[in-house]
Each structure stands twice: as C-alpha cells, then as structure tokens.
Design a protein around this ligand. Structure first.
Ligand code: NAP
Length: 540
C-alpha cells in the first residue's frame, strides 16, 4: 500500500537543540522524525518544535512504560499531553493499541484530532475534503510492542491491529534469532498490500526487518542519527542503512543474501558482499542472519525461508557453528551437495535454485589453497610434495587438508583434542602428533587452523615465537585481526606470512561468482589489501 517506504529518525533527547536534530535528520536523508516525548522530557522544547515551521513531518509519541517507554506518570495527564501536541498538527500521532482499546477518553480526544470516530472499527475511506471526516491534520498510528519475543501466533496480533481505524498499524517484536525476523517480514509482506504497516523486530537479530522494510512495502523503517543514538535496540545509523545496505536502491525485486551463524555481528560479510554488489550493479542486499547454535535452530530457519519463497532469499554464507548443520540439512531434505562440500564434511555456501530447492558447496578449501599460493615460496605448483604442519582439527583444518591432499603434501595434524586429530588423520590419510609436540614441528609450511589469536583474544597464539623457523611459510586462518600475534612473531623471525583475510576474501569471491557472476567476484577480490599493494599490517 505504501508507494515508498519512509525513513524515520527518532529523536529522544535535547542534547542538541531539537530543531538542529531535525535539520541533521533531513540532511541525512530522513523523510520524517519521531519525537519520543516520553524520553525527551523537555516539553517546552517539544512544543516549540511542533508548533514551529515544519522541516519534516513529525510523529508524536508519548510511550507508556508498559510498552517500553519512559512515561511513568498519570494516564490522564499523558492523554492530555498527547492531545495538546496533536492539536498543534505534527502530522502523525502514535498511540499504543492496548491504551486505545482500554480508554474511551483517549479514543474520543485523540480520535477527533486524527479524523477517527471513537467507535469506528475500520479506517475511513480518506479522500481529502470528502467523506464523513474531512482530511485531518494528523494520521493515527496504533502500535503494539513486545519486548519479550515474537509470539507464535503473529496472525492474531496483526488481525487485531488490522481491525482498528488506524491509518497506520505498527507491530514491533523482539527477535531472538533470524527465524523470528523472517516471520515478521513474512507478515509484513502479506499485510502491506492492504494497509499501511510498520512491522519490525528489535535486537541485533531483528536487523533484517529494518533493512528489508523497503523491499516488502512497509510504511516506514526507523534509523538513528548517530551510532548509539537508537531509541530501540538494534536500530542502525541512517548512514549505515544508506551506504552499507544501499537503502535507496532496495525495491520489491531486490534479492536477499546473508550470513548465517552465531554470532555474526562481527562478520565482515555485509561490508564485502554489499560493496561488491554495488560495484557490479546487482539488485541485491546481504544481511546478517544470526541463527542460534544447534541443528534444530538451523533447521527451523532453513525450513522457514524455504517455505516463504517470497522472502527472496537466494544465497547464504554459512559460518560457525552451522557449516556441518548445513550439510546435514541438505542431505535430510534431499537437496544437492557438491563433492567438495561432502569431502570437507561442511557446506559454507548455500544457493537457491530456480525451483526453490537449495544446493550446498564449500568455498573454504579452494580459498585456503589460493591464499597459500599467493606466497612467493609456494606459488604455481611448488606446493607439491611439501611438508605441511596443520594446527587444529576442526572444519577449517579439514578443508585445507582436503585441498592439500590434491598436491601430495605430507601433512601432520596437531590438535588439542587427540581423538579429533586421530579421526581426521585416519579419514584423510595423513599423520597426527600430540598437541604438546607442536613446538618441534619442522615442516615447510605451518598453518594455524585453531581459533587461537582471534579477536577479541588477540594476545593468544598457538605457537611461541621461538618455535618458529625462519624458512617456514606461516599461514594463519584467523582473519580478525588481519595480522595476528602468530603472524607478527613469524615476520619478526623472517618467515613469509599469509593472512587469513586472503582466504576470507577468496571464499567470499567464490560465493559471489556463484550468485552473481564474475564482475561481483572480481570486486570482492579487489577488497584484498595485498592485491591493492598495501600490507595487512595493523589493519583490523
Ligand atoms: P572449529 O571447527 O570450531 O575448530 C576449532 C579448532 O580450534 C579446533 O581444532 C580446536 O581444538 C581448536 N582450539 C580452539 N580453542 C583452542 C585452544 N584454547 N587451544 C588449542 N586449540 C584450540 O572451527 P573452524 O571452523 O575450524 O575455524 C577455526 C578458525 O579458522 C577460526 O578462527 C575461524 O574463524 C577460522 N576460519 C577462517 C576462515 C577464513 O576464511 N580465513 C575460514 C574458516 C575458518 P579442539 O578440537 O581441541 O577443540
């Protein structure tokens, strides 16, 4: 129903004069501003703004404490305040649906100022200057907030809101993971054809609902002016929404991609994939999709997005702890799995086929190999026959061992948990030694496939400096920070080093190649600072 989703900035303090904040919001690209009067507190400042010259339409909200606001005073006073502000004609007035239902006084006094009769059940046919109600100065938003979660029966919540005379219905939930966010988006998609709808989920996991509001025809989304200036958990700064997620380009046909893992907030995937799609002029957006650990949680997410095909999810990067889950899910649903993903025992790339089924692949193995081959010592096929020490026996270790076997390398695995090293060594026919003996490793290449040294525990390292030999090529799969403690020590010992960021870029480029073609893939490869002639030193 909304022709274009509006971008609303909530203002919740007078740290900077309100009028100046409205100017900043307009300059940042906002279409309207919400005055969170319950938080601002400074009523004279609010009244001056609402009564003054109109830079942008305003939403007046005096949110009650029982719906997450800061108004703890008397309800009659709150109604009187909303009435006073609404009489100044801000444009929009937001009232909680529960309060609207409870109070005939509120319905009567605020309804009049929004062109809504207190006993009216549905919105009026509004044509300016016609009908039983002349076009009112304000539009009524009736809202519902759930700070505990996203209920199973979302239909019931939206049905109740739909049966009101509000011009705009607003339902805000709390997403515990991306499955909740997708359920909210599915409701938005279904309801936005009939009514002006705001449907959002709070929290980090609710981010996709804020970014994709425009794709699914929401009336508006909220974004804050500055980082940390959010009035609800999970609001993005306008700048990130517009530049990182390309808000202005999102439309009904935009394809959705994302990274599934737990946690994913630290992932550089959105930065890299969205920038690549911008360069390659692809109508797509890549969003973080945090899915709780556990196979049941992964399955719930994947089954949900497979059922809701209209969500237009076309490709997923899969990261810890779901790579093995992805393979199992593909097998259980009878979907396709590449030979490499099967050998690696994990799928880090899921691609939706035209018929709605999925296929899984692994781009880690080749990316690890490619990253190694950028080193002068092993470029071309000089890897063949080299002695390689692998620290770790998890998914990343398995991927690199699968790739190195093709080059007849003599591989020795060292892992803290001996049984895991033993199992991997037997399965992939290589040697293993106890973790305690890693200091004596003397191969041509050393690869760290443990998470030791990864942000935020950057002071950790799997090997002390004195155990490193100058002629060894050292590759650390950890990519945040780009120059880990292990790599710094290796450089100090005169070793050639390879950063895990190279591998990260390589696996992302291979995903882009599958999803969008060569232009986006080469845009990703250009993110590699080494390829642009800079070093990874102290970049994070
Ligand atoms: P994983 O399957 O969970 O394996 C983790 C490995 O780290 C296991 O071998 C584990 O040993 C070891 N480990 C963890 N904490 C340890 C400690 N305190 N002391 C000794 N060993 C420890 O994870 P993964 O998928 O293999 O990932 C491993 C690392 O590679 C992560 O940092 C990940 O971000 C990175 N990675 C990077 C890329 C890239 O593109 N650059 C791609 C994939 C992975 P146990 O078996 O004893 O627990």
């Amino acid at each position: 129903m909304s022709s274009q989703t509006l971008l609303a900035v909530p203002l919740s303090s007078t740290g900077v004069a309100l009028e100046q904040q409205v100017r900043q919001a307009r300059a940042a690209g906002a279409d309207l501003v919400e005055l969170r009067v319950d938080r601002i507190g400074d009523l004279p400042a609010v009244e001056t703004l609402v009564a003054g010259a109109r830079l942008l339409p305003l939403i007046v909200t005096v949110r009650s404490a029982d719906e997450g606001g800061m108004w703890t005073g008397d309800e009659a006073e709150r109604v009187a305040l909303i009435e006073r502000l609404a009489s100044l004609g801000p444009g929009y007035v937001d009232v909680e649906h529960a309060a609207w239902q409870r109070s005939a006084n509120l319905r009567q006094r605020i309804g009049v100022l929004c062109g809504v009769r207190s006993d009216q059940a549905r919105p009026s046919e509004r044509r300016a200057g016609e009908g039983p109600f002349r076009r009112a100065a304000n539009r009524l938003i009736l809202s519902h907030h759930d700070f505990s979660g996203t209920p199973v029966d979302l239909d019931a919540v939206f049905d109740r809101l739909t049966a009101t005379p509000a011009e705009v219905i607003k339902a805000v939930f709390t997403a515990h993971d991306a499955t909740d966010a997708c359920r909210v988006l599915a409701q938005l998609r279904r309801r936005a054809g009939e009514r002006k709808v705001i449907a959002l989920a709070m929290g980090e996991a609710g981010l996709p609902t804020r970014i994709l509001a425009r794709k699914f025809g929401a009336f508006l989304t909220f974004a804050c002016l500055h980082p940390g200036g959010d009035s609800a958990p999970g609001q993005l700064p306008v700048e990130d929404l517009r530049s990182l997620y390309r808000w202005d380009q999102i439309g009904p046909g935009t394809r959705v991609y994302g990274v599934v893992g737990w946690p994913v907030a630290h992932s550089q995937g959105p930065e890299i994939h969205n920038a690549a799609m911008a360069v390659a002029d692809i109508d797509g957006v890549y969003v973080p999709l945090p899915v709780r650990p556990g196979y049941a949680e992964f399955t719930a997410f994947m089954d949900g997005v497979t059922r809701e095909r209209e969500l237009d999810l076309f490709g997923l990067s899969v990261t810890l702890p779901h790579k093995e889950h992805a393979l199992r899910w593909l097998d259980e649903r009878g979907f396709g799995v590449s030979g490499l993903a099967r050998q690696c025992g994990a799928a880090n790339t899921l691609t939706r086929r035209a018929d709605g089924t999925w296929e899984g692949d692994n781009t880690d193995a080749h990316a690890a190999l490619e990253a190694l081959q950028t080193a002068a010592r092993v470029g071309g096929d000089r890897l063949r026959g080299l002695r390689v020490d692998v620290l770790g026996a998890g998914g990343a270790a398995r991927a690199v061992v699968v790739a190195l076997r093709e080059h007849d390398c003599a591989i020795t695995i060292y892992n803290r948990t001996a049984e895991r090293a033993d199992r991997l060594a037997r399965e992939l026919r290589c040697a293993y030694k106890p973790w305690e003996q890693r200091r004596q490793c003397s191969g041509d290449v050393l690869i760290n496939c443990t998470s030791l040294g990864q942000w935020p525990a950057e002071s950790e390292t799997p090997l002390p400096e004195e155990a490193l030999r100058p002629q060894t090529l050292v590759f650390d799969m950890v990519y945040r920070p780009r120059l880990t403690r292990l790599l710094r020590a290796a450089r100090a010992r005169g070793c050639e080093v390879v950063s895990g960021f190279r591998m990260f870029i390589g696996q992302a480029a291979a995903q882009c190649e599958r999803w969008h073609g060569p232009a986006a893939a080469s845009a990703v490869r250009n993110c590699d600072p080494d390829r642009r002639g800079t070093t990874p030193a102290n970049t994070q």
